[in-house]
Design a protein around this ligand. Structure first.
Ligand SMILES: [Zn+2]
Length: 149
């Protein structure tokens, strides 16, 4: 048995605002997020099978993350549910893609949100190993499964 980690990169554009933050990020602004999803598992051995030699088909991983994560977040505005409701109503007039979440939409918290979404969706024998989320070219945060048992 060979255990391998497999990573796929994704990209999405999302706006957010940090409720109550003491800096510029309390204002609505956007990021070009880069996302790296790393899974691990045993390399499947079955000569002649289309998935022979793979942990998980890159295409399958791509479709899973696209459907459940990036298509939901792309061109959305993520706001903390603590936002003033009049402010939220005004924003809803300008966009249909507002995600009101139970957390402050920091890179750290978005990582946890993505991990929680993906973990139950992976096929049997495949485990989420880590997720990196780049908010800018120079800033990223990382969720690692072994840190969060
Ligand atoms: Zn930001």
């Amino acid at each position: 048995m060979t255990k391998i980690r497999v990573t796929k990169r994704f990209h999405f554009e999302m706006a957010h605002a940090l409720h109550g933050y003491d800096g510029l990020c309390r204002n609505i602004h956007g990021h070009s997020y880069n996302l790296e999803i790393t899974i691990y598992g045993n390399v499947f051995r079955s000569p002649g099978d289309p998935k022979d030699g793979m942990v998980m088909d890159f295409h399958e991983l791509k479709m899973l993350v696209k459907t459940h994560v990036t298509e939901k977040l792309d061109h959305a505005l993520m706001v903390n549910r603590l936002i003033d409701h009049r402010h939220l109503e005004a924003l809803q007039l300008t966009t249909s893609r507002i995600l009101v979440v139970d957390f402050q939409p920091t890179t750290e918290n978005i990582l946890q949100y993505i991990a929680d979404m993906l973990k139950p969706l992976l096929p049997e024998g495949v485990t989420l190993y880590s997720i990196r989320l780049y908010e800018t070219i120079t800033s990223f945060a990382e969720w690692v499964a072994s840190d969060n048992p």
